[in-house]
Write a protein that binds this ligand. Structure first.
Ligand code: HEC
Length: 137
């Protein structure tokens, strides 16, 4: 029979490797096929679409990413440099496919226009360097 110390050591190792695998490090970006990377959000900068996207975000995304999109409970900040630099197509790919192993669900059940509206909303938010909260939250 194993000594309890050994069991603890093995558990600690497992937890450490799980944490490393689960870190939100942007590695999903490498999985986006080149052809999708260049897609452009048809709703970019359109106030009505941004308003719709804000509503959809509060319904589906805020529970993990916070109503101000700054992230919560270890879920990534969506007003980061990384998200700002991601192309529309990359964000669209992530919303459709998710990053299931790391806990980001797939949103393929939402109609495609709704996913673009959410992206238009994310684009409308000030970045981290400009700390302005989303009105109403
Ligand atoms: C159940 C919790 C959860 C919900 C709900 C959720 N996400 Fe996520 N999201 C995550 C996790 C965990 C990651 C990190 C995934 C990774 O790094 O591979 C993530 C990553 C992201 C990223 C990439 C961030 C980065 O820095 O790499 C974007 C963009 C994103 N989510 C947008 C959304 C949007 C938009 C919605 C709503 C339609 C949403 N998420 C709903 C958990 C969630």
């Amino acid at each position: 029979m194993k000594k309890p110390e050994n069991v603890c050591f093995v558990l600690a190792l497992l937890l450490a490797s799980a944490a490393a695998v689960l870190a939100a490090d942007g590695s999903w970006l490498q999985r986006v096929p080149a052809i999708e990377r260049h897609l452009v959000d048809p709703y970019d900068n359109q106030p009505q679409a941004i308003a719709a996207g804000k509503f959809l975000f509060s319904e589906h995304c805020a529970q993990c990413h916070g109503s101000d999109a700054h992230g919560r409970h270890g879920h990534p900040d969506l007003r980061s440099e990384r998200v700002a630099r991601a192309t529309d197509g990359e964000l669209a790919w992530l919303l459709r496919n998710g990053s299931l192993a790391k806990g980001m669900p797939s949103w393929s059940t939402l109609p495609e226009p709704e996913r673009w509206q959410i992206i238009a909303f994310l684009r409308s938010l000030p970045r981290d360097a400009e700390p302005v909260r989303v009105a109403g939250h």
